[in-house]
Every structure is written in structure tokens, then in C-alpha cells.
Design a protein around this ligand. Structure first.
Ligand code: 1CP
Length: 366
């Protein structure tokens, strides 16, 4: 701290006095992810850009999902929509976790029924046919969309880059689609652990270079989505999901950006979650946030975990639930989010109520 000017006075005066000007310039969410005491809890929402927004649907009426992802101006526009509408504290680049495996040759398509993988993995030969990813050659539009978005974001609102965790990408390659039980993937890990290691190693490398490219283009925070890892028994989770997510986080360490690992809550995994090696953990609504914090360790920043279905109710209930989550999260190391993505049938006005409630509730207690 030596050599940095102290903030003498600040309006409103809820910033901790010892905070330096340097630190105050860092985005709120970055400070919260470092575990600093903050003046209010930062809030952003998974799937904050998407089908519940009429302005998103208007773009999708003219352009397919893939085209929206692959056209930097469209992806940037969609990324900015929830920032303009709600003033959330972070943007997340509009893209999809499956673009990486498409770049590796899996032939991913998106329809109203969800994503589908045209060339699922069945044999060792299929694994060896997968290509290595070179972001500049294979996913140039992601970096371009990030640069375009960052140029238009309000000051203090950072962009989150993201990717799917190796195990979650493996499930799409094995199942051919999103599948909660991931039975084909579970059987594959047990039946062919060596081939699973080979595949997960390839995926970890691809995801790492993809995330490095996103940070180099301007992402200031990174989130790794391990959406299906909660279906693994703890032993398999540690051996195959945590290990390869850790490899990704290690590959990002030199960049010094805060990292978040998302798993839907599964009680036993929480006991070992920090083995994934992220800076912060995003948990689903099935676990109590205070309990999750005590299991993970007091010093570990945590993100979450309002049930997205709360947004399908009414303002008073939303405010009550927000108060509960804010009280559990406290003023240090909590980033407010949903336990999973915004549901498509959500009324955008309820999202506004939520964001305002987080501001009020956390300003009151912090
Ligand atoms: O417009 C449409 O109809 C497409 C719906 C859609 C959207 C809006 C898909 C297809 N992907 C996305 C964007 C997306 N996907 C984002 C954008 C940024 C934001 O959050 O605003 C992100 C972060 C993702 C990540 C993603 N894609 C995950 C991880 C998070 C999660 O939901 O668990 C997963 C599993 C996917 C795969 C995927 N792509 C699309 C859907 C509907 C799904 C999941 C459902 C399934 O596999 O059954």
C-alpha cells in the first residue's frame, strides 16, 4: 500500500477508509472476488442475456443462435442488453460452452430442443480425430466480440469470459446432448479411464487457450461452467472433473484474473470443491449459502445462489429471498447471482426488482 494515495473522503461514505484510490478503481466484482470488504454486494446473473429479453428475441428472430455467436457486432449487442436495462455489475460475453468442441470437429447444432452434437465420441479413434484449438484461427469472433463489448461497456463494469469445464464438455461429446444423469459419460469414465484422461487432457488444453485468448482480448474475470459435474459420485468427481478443471485454472494463473468455478450443488462435492483450484465458487440453490461458506472455508469468495424460480413469483417474495441470500453471503467475498440461469419465461421487470433489491439490501448491511 506504500506509495499509494489514501482516499480522504468518499460520497456515499460507506467505502472502508483504508481503501486506496488504486483499489477503488478496480471493479466492484473484482474486489469482491479478491475477498475485500466491499461497500455493497456485486450482482450479475447467469444467462442475463437471453430469451426472457424482448430485445434478445428481436435479434434471434432475424439471426440463428450460431450466427449471433459468430457475428461480433451481434454478440456484443446481446451482451450489452442486460447492462443497459438493469445496470448489473458485470457483463458476460454472449457465446456458448459448446463452440470449443465444435471447433474441435464435433459438429454442434442448436435448435429449440437445445444443442446437439453431430459427431459424438464412441471410440479411441473418435478421440484422436478431434482437432487442437487455435483461438485465432478457430474462434476469432469470440475475441472480436469481447473487444467490441469492452469498448462499449460503462466504466467499472468488467466483462466475464467463460468456457465449459473439461468434464462437462466430455458429457456433450459422449451423450450427444445435454443430459442431467450423464450415464454414458459416467460409464465411460469407469470403463475407459485412460481414454477419458486423454480426452479430458485435450479438452483442458482447448479450454485453456480459449480462455487465455478471451483474457487477452479484454475479459477481466473468468468463469468455468461444470454444469454436469454434480452427477458424478465424489471419487469420480475428484479424479476426472476437479483434476482437469484445476489444470485449466493452473494454465490461467499467470494472467492474474480472478476465476470462478460453477457446479450445481451436490453436498459431498462441496467438501472437496476447492480441489478444483479456482479463486471463487458458484453454487446452486440446493445448498444453504452460509453452510456452503463454512464448508468451503471463510476466506473463499462464493457466488450465488438464489433459486431462479423466485423470479417467477412477485416483488415482495423476491425482496425477502434477496434479503435472506444477502444476509447469508455477508459483505466480504460474496457475489450475488442465481443458482443457475435466468429462466426463459421470466418477466424482465422481476429482474429489475431483483437487482434493485440486492443493491438496497446489501447497502443496508455493508
Ligand atoms: O436463443 C436460444 O434459443 C439459445 C439459448 C442459449 C443461450 C442464450 C444457448 C443454447 N446458449 C446460450 C448462451 C449461453 N450459454 C451463455 C451466454 C451468456 C449469458 O449467460 O448471458 C452462457 C454462459 C452459456 C453457457 C452454457 N451453454 C452452459 C453452462 C451453463 C448452464 O446452463 O449450465 C451450458 C450447459 C450450455 C449448453 C447449452 N447451450 C444452449 C443451451 C440451451 C444449453 C444448455 C441446455 C442443455 O444442454 O440441455
Amino acid at each position: 500500500m506504500d506509495g499509494q494515495a489514501k482516499v480522504i473522503s468518499f460520497e456515499p461514505t460507506c467505502l472502508p477508509m483504508e481503501m486506496t484510490i488504486e483499489a477503488a478503481r478496480e471493479p466492484l466484482i473484482v474486489r469482491a472476488l479478491r475477498g475485500d470488504v466491499v461497500e455493497r454486494t456485486p450482482v450479475w446473473l447467469m444467462r442475463q442475456a437471453g430469451r426472457y429479453l424482448p430485445e434478445y428475441r428481436a435479434i434471434r428472430a432475424e439471426h440463428s443462435f450460431m450466427e449471433t455467436c459468430r457475428t461480433p457486432e451481434l454478440a456484443a449487442e446481446v451482451t450489452l442488453q442486460p447492462i443497459r436495462r438493469f445496470g448489473v455489475d458485470a457483463a458476460i460475453i454472449f457465446s456458448d460452452i459448446l463452440l470449443v468442441i465444435d471447433a474441435m470437429g464435433a459438429e454442434v447444432t442448436f435448435s429449440d430442443r437445445g444443442p446437439a452434437v453431430g459427431r459424438p465420441i464412441r471410440t479411441a479413434g473418435d478421440v484422436r480425430k478431434l482437432g487442437r484449438v487455435e483461438p485465432e484461427r478457430d474462434l476469432p469472433y469470440v475475441a472480436e466480440a469481447i473487444r467490441a463489448t469492452v469498448a462499449s461497456l460503462p466504466e467499472g463494469v468488467p466483462l466475464i469470459g467463460f468456457a465449459g469445464a473439461p468434464f462437462t464438455l466430455l458429457t456433450y461429446l459422449m451423450e450427444g446432448k445435454g443430459e442431467r444423469a450423464v450415464s454414458a459419460a459416467r460409464a465411460f469414465l469407469m470403463r475407459e479411464p485412460d481414454l477419458a484422461d486423454e480426452l479430458l487432457g485435450l479438452l483442458a488444453d482447448a479450454v485453456t487457450v480459449h480462455l487465455v485468448a478471451q483474457v487477452e482480448a479484454g475479459a477481466r474475470v473468468v468463469q468455468l461452467f461444470d454444469s454436469w459435474a454434480g452427477s458424478l459420485q465424489p471419487g469420480l468427481w475428484e479424479r476426472f472433473a476437479a483434476r482437469y478443471s484445476r489444470r485449466v485454472f493452473e494454465g490461467l494463473r499467470h494472467l492474474s484474473v480472478p476465476t470462478i468455478y460453477f457446479v450445481r450443488c451436490a453436498a459431498d462435492h462441496l467438501l472437496h470443491l476447492t480441489e478444483a483450484g479456482a479463486d471463487a465458487y458458484s453454487v446452486g440453490w440446493l445448498c444453504d449459502l452460509s453452510w456452503a461458506r463454512s464448508v468451503l472455508g471463510e476466506g473463499i469468495p462464493i457466488q450465488g445462489n438464489l433459486d431462479p424460480a423466485v423470479l417467477l413469483t412477485r416483488p415482495e417474495l423476491i425482496r425477502d429471498e434477496v434479503d435472506r441470500v444477502i444476509a447469508a453471503g455477508g459483505c466480504r467475498g460474496h457475489i450475488f447471482n442465481l443458482g443457475h440461469g435466468v429462466l426463459p419465461q421470466t418477466d424482465p421487470e422481476m429482474v429489475r426488482v431483483l437487482v434493485e433489491a440486492v443493491r438496497e439490501s446489501s447497502s443496508r448491511i455493508c
